[in-house]
Ligand binder design. Structure first.
Ligand code: SF4
Length: 345
């Protein structure tokens, strides 16, 4: 098991539930816009938020932003160690640094000292795009071994400065490389791991890469906190991270909706019906499986493991519970009955 680290009031590692993170894409120093986005993310289920600190105004903004939100906020630093120190002093609950571009020990040390003073964790975030030159040379390019070695080397740098309040991440946009690097790293460190696929892409391609990459890691028990990266509104990252955790059987957030793939027996537009039922039940937080099936003959049987469901015929639909049909009615009435049953359960 990994060690436990506290990011604000959220536990990372040590067997704590895998927390969902996202990152704001507003200008951090635009406090109103940043807070507004974080509040939307909080509502969607984001548990830790990260904001970029490209300059001193962003670092200073952390204090005000933090006072208006409820989830911990992480400062994302590239290149300038002074910005890391300023963001920590401004109230950041964690600081993420990229050892590949923060500089030598003389630059790293003040960051470690500032984090130590406030007792906040440092995330060491190794990226395939900024691996150290000596490692690139040793392995002849970006490899899983090289990524893991860079992470381990930089963990040791901070540990040697007398601090082990750490979270580690290594990211590549190559799903297989990402997976292999995490496998190597997870065997060699007990610091909690932040998992993600970097630059995973637009909503469509990014979802596939994240589901494959993060799903594989999670099913192998790797990952203590996660972020899905998608281009666009970060709220979608949170929903999708929840979906991945749900699909891996790690978290139950609301109803598990299953629907049949449809076939030549289907007589209704099952896709739009399933989407409608999904929307109507999206706010219901119950640990049940609901099946939406395209035919009355095979549907209830095929969905035997569902708690309840609906199976469509020509103009009618059968509502079933635990594999048994309890009523057959018109399509609309049957959908209404199903919703009532879900609420009762
Ligand atoms: S439930 Fe019926 S319609 Fe759906 S795939 Fe199975 S047989 Fe076809």
């Amino acid at each position: 098991m990994t060690k436990e680290v506290m990011c604000g009031k959220v536990k990372i590692g040590g067997g704590a539930p895998i927390s969902i993170q996202s990152m704001t894409n507003t200008k951090t120093e635009n406090i109103d816009a940043t807070v507004e986005q974080i509040l939307r993310l909080e509502e969607a289920g984001c548990e830790i938020i990260r904001s970029a600190v490209p300059d001193i105004n962003a670092a200073i903004a952390f204090e005000k932003i933090r006072s208006r939100i409820s989830i911990p906020i992480v400062a994302d630093i590239h290149f300038d160690y002074k910005l890391a120190v300023a963001a920590i002093e401004s109230g950041a609950d964690k600081v993420r640094i990229n050892p590949g571009n923060i500089g030598g020990d003389d630059k790293l040390f003040p960051v470690v000292e500032a984090a130590k003073k406030r007792g906040i964790p440092i995330r060491i975030g190794v990226n395939s795009g900024s691996l150290e030159k000596d490692i690139l040379k040793k392995y002849g390019g970006v490899t899983a071994e090289g990524l893991a070695e860079s992470a381990l080397k930089n963990i040791k740098r901070v540990e040697d400065m007398g601090y082990d309040n750490l979270v580690v991440s290594l990211k590549s946009s190559d799903v297989r490389l990402n997976y292999n690097a995490h496998r190597i790293l997870a065997e060699k460190t007990d610091h909690p791991l932040h998992i993600g696929i970097t630059e995973s892409g637009t909503v469509n391609s990014g979802k596939v890469k994240s589901a494959a990459g993060l799903g594989a890691l999670l099913l192998n028990g790797i990952g203590d906190t996660m972020r899905v990266s998608l281009t666009g509104d970060p709220v979608r990252e949170v929903y999708f991270a929840k979906d991945i955790l749900k699909a891996c059987g790690i978290r139950r957030n609301g109803i598990n909706l299953v629907s049949c793939p449809t076939c030549g027996r289907t007589r209704v537009d099952l896709e739009s019906i399933a989407l409608r039922i999904e929307e109507l039940t999206s706010a219901i937080d119950k640990d049940i499986t609901v099946a939406i099936m395209g035919c009355e003959v095979n549907g209830p049987g095929e969905a035997r493991e569902a708690d309840c469901g609906i199976a469509f015929g020509n103009d009618r639909a059968a509502v079933f519970r635990k594999g048994e049909i309890i009523k057959t009615d018109s399509v609309e009435k049957a959908i209404e009955l199903l919703l009532e049953i879900i609420k009762e359960m």
